[in-house]
Write a protein that binds this ligand. Structure first.
Ligand SMILES: Cc1cc2nc3c(=O)[nH]c(=O)nc-3n(C[C@H](O)[C@H](O)[C@H](O)COP(=O)(O)O)c2cc1C
Length: 219
């Protein structure tokens, strides 16, 4: 499970979601996403969250350390009737925020994103790929970067709908980096929908924002 620190805030593919940052109301120190702990396991108990059906036209692919992006992913998947795939890592980030930040900074500065522990299914059936990640150090988080570096070439021809949670400082250059890596990896004919950005503290109130975002998509 994501964490025993807080209440269950949702479900994704029948697994509980715990989003520690939503506890801000009781613990102001986590405002801005800083110091938000996790359970030290990015992955849900029982393995990767995966829902792959034969007829879905879209898939939500996401990574989440402390549950906020996972909650947003669950909402998008249920509103759009999408399949779901969680990005998982060989070595999860630590529960402690500062230790996570040190590791993430090291990986970013030395350009060694974490190793993935997952396979990408065939994407042929999907028209739209939702990609969920979070702002880290005002750029794309390292796990999403790792995913795009490994699988960016598989996104050719897809509509890409990015969604992001952040601690209040915004998206930084994350979306530019995402578009650049996808292109660099040889993916072509992509349409990028506008980025949906939600404060990690407010994902529980994001339903209307998600609906509005989806309504702007090219039909
Ligand atoms: C290592 C690290 C770096 C972060 N850097 C930023 C940042 O630069 N700007 C920002 O607004 N939030 C930042 N945050 C906060 C996260 O983006 C925010 O808490 C997000 O909702 C977490 O998503 P998750 O719960 O899905 O892991 C950072 C969090 C971590 C762990």
């Amino acid at each position: 499970m994501r964490s025993s620190l807080g209440p269950i805030v949702g479900k994704i593919n029948n697994k509980n979601i715990y989003a520690n940052q939503l506890l801000r109301k009781n613990n102001a120190i986590w405002e801005g996403g800083r110091y938000t702990p996790s359970d030290g396991s990015d992955t849900q108990s029982g393995g990767t969250v995966k829902k792959l059906t034969q007829d879905a036209k879209s898939i939500v692919i996401y990574w989440s350390r402390s549950g906020s992006t996972e909650l947003l992913a669950s909402k998008i998947a249920s509103i759009t009737n999408s399949d779901i795939l969680q990005i998982t890592l060989k070595e999860p980030y630590p529960a402690d925020y500062l230790k996570t930040r040190s590791r993430a900074n090291f990986e970013r500065e030395n350009n060694i994103p974490p190793e993935l522990n997952m396979e990408l299914p065939k994407l042929d059936q999907y028209h739209t790929v939702f990609l969920g990640y979070q702002t880290w150090a005002m750029t794309l988080s390292q796990p999403m970067k790792a995913f795009l570096l490994k699988y960016g070439s598989k996104l050719s021809g897809k509509v890409i709908a990015p969604f992001e949670t952040q601690g209040g400082f915004g998206r930084g250059d994350s979306i530019d980096i995402m578009e650049r890596i996808v292109k660099q990896k040889g993916s072509s004919n992509n349409l990028f929908e506008p980025l949906l950005m939600v404060n990690g503290n407010m994902v529980d109130q994001a339903d209307e924002k998600i609906e509005q975002w989806i309504n702007t998509f090219e039909k």
